[in-house]
Design a protein. Structure first.
Length: 108
């Protein structure tokens, strides 16, 4: 058999691009789940000892880094738009989380 060339090979940075986009949407979903119940926040904080929004913030920053890595090798406009959306949304979301956590610690 001769050499087989697969069309549409997917490289790891393209996977990072897609996964960072999906994870950025997941971060927003987790944020709404966490903030929907005060009992969840107090119970989670008592059991684990860490505020759940701190975990969401760290996860969002990791997704931001994955988005930047995914942008590095984006060749198509769709992949580039997806990475730019991921980067902008995670920066904005991180800023919102930092403000919430900062003022929450001052007032709490």
């Amino acid at each position: 058999m001769g050499n087989v060339i697969f069309k549409g090979e997917v490289y790891l940075p393209n996977h990072m691009n897609v996964w960072s986009f999906i994870l950025s949407l997941f971060c927003i979903l987790v944020f709404f789940i966490v903030t929907s119940s005060a009992n969840f926040i107090t119970g989670f904080t008592r059991i684990i000892g860490i505020h759940p929004l701190n975990i969401v913030l760290v996860f969002t920053l990791i997704v931001f880094i994955l988005g930047v890595i995914g942008l590095k090798d984006a060749r198509e406009w769709k992949a580039m738009a997806r990475s730019i959306f991921t980067i902008i949304s995670t920066i904005a979301f991180s800023a919102i989380l930092i403000v919430i956590l900062f003022f929450g610690s001052l007032l709490g």
